[in-house]
Design a protein around this ligand. Structure first.
Ligand SMILES: NC(=O)c1ccc[n+]([C@@H]2O[C@H](COP(=O)([O-])OP(=O)(O)OC[C@H]3O[C@@H](n4cnc5c(N)ncnc54)[C@H](O)[C@@H]3O)[C@@H](O)[C@H]2O)c1
Length: 251
């Protein structure tokens, strides 16, 4: 029960990686705020947390809107009285697009969902974390943000931005006893990946061949590392970018 006196916000926790992180934090005692734009999936995560005996609150927001992210912070404080952990997990890349065929509207959306959401949510909780002299922010970037990928120029750019956000914010708030770290997943078995590969089993096999550890990750693989970074065991770790990708990117 590493998080028994802690309050955690997990964005995009209606499904996929965010859901696994929220479930794991709750299982280890955290009071969890499930944040998503999709009310039905957010409620479903919350029901599962409650069924396991956990304490949970749902906030439905668009994480790319400043006023929504401030409501998220406000409601968390009203409900649970502190904000100890923020996991910036919201992200999206659709089916990817060849750069020359992309337009400004597409870049703006990709940058908003993957990068601006993390900036806004971090900004919304920081005043409280500084007041507490305690906080853990964990950002979800991507292997694409470290190594790049074709058909993912905008997404890679946004996820590289998440890495920059992590490193710079870690410097800025270290003396406030706030740790800021980041993980870079490789290929995770979620709806996002299924949409990207059109649910094609051959694409899944190709990925399995590519990954040194020989399988796609499960969302729980991400949750385990995020929870380490959110815990006091990682008190002396900040500004770090950790690949959780089965050995795909060794840099
Ligand atoms: N799945 C992978 O292989 C993979 C690999 C690398 C990085 N990532 C990153 O991990 C994170 C989670 O990925 P996933 O596979 O679980 O995705 P997912 O699409 O399964 O889940 C994302 C969740 O975020 C929510 N969301 C999206 N936009 C939102 C917004 N504007 N406001 C509020 N909620 C919003 C969605 O409703 C959904 O519940 C993303 O940042 C993604 O870029 C995933």
């Amino acid at each position: 029960m590493r998080f028994s006196d802690k309050v955690a916000i997990v964005t995009g926790s209606g499904r996929g990686i965010g859901r696994a992180i929220a479930m794991r934090l709750a299982k280890e005692g955290a009071k969890v705020v499930v944040v998503d734009k999709d009310q039905a999936t957010a409620k479903s995560t919350a029901e599962d947390i409650k069924a396991g005996g956990g304490q949970v609150h749902v906030v439905v927001i668009d994480a790319t809107k400043r006023e929504d992210t401030h409501r998220m912070a406000r409601e968390t404080l009203e409900k649970f009285g502190s904000i100890d952990i923020l996991v910036n997990n919201v992200g999206w890349f659709g089916k990817g697009q060849v750069f020359i065929q992309t337009d400004e509207e597409y870049w703006d959306r990709i940058l908003d969902v993957n990068l601006k959401s993390a900036l806004l949510c971090s900004h919304a909780v920081l005043e409280q974390m500084i007041k507490q002299s305690y906080g853990k922010i964990i950002n979800i970037s991507s292997g694409a943000g470290k190594a790049g990928n074709s058909r993912q120029v905008a997404y890679s750019t946004a996820k590289a931005g998440v890495i920059g956000l992590t490193k710079s914010l870690a410097w800025e708030v270290a003396r406030n006893k706030i740790n800021v770290n980041c993980i870079c997943p490789g290929f995770v078995d979620t709806q996002l990946t299924a949409d990207f590969t059109n649910n094609d089993p051959k694409a899944k096999q190709a990925i399995e061949k590519l990954v040194p550890l020989g399988r796609l990750a499960q969302p729980e693989d991400m949750a385990a590392v995020v929870c380490f970074l959110a815990s006091d065991e990682a008190e002396y770790v900040t500004g770090q970018i950790i690949s959780v990708d089965g050995g795909l990117i060794q840099a």
